[in-house]
Ligand binder design. Sequence first.
Ligand SMILES: [Zn+2]
Length: 53
Amino acid sequence: MFQVELVCSDPRCDAEVTQWIEQLDEVAAVACECGHGLVTVRIEGFEPVLAPV
Ligand SMILES: [Zn+2]
């Protein structure tokens, strides 16, 4: 499971959504109530893919 924080892509809309999803590609299917898409701002709950330099 991934915890994903999303904000609306419309700057006039201040919607913020936190969702729990099974697969990261489910994020693309999420839309704001206002009709705009949601933009991912933070993803937690998974192991980092890139090792720290
Ligand atoms: Zn919105």
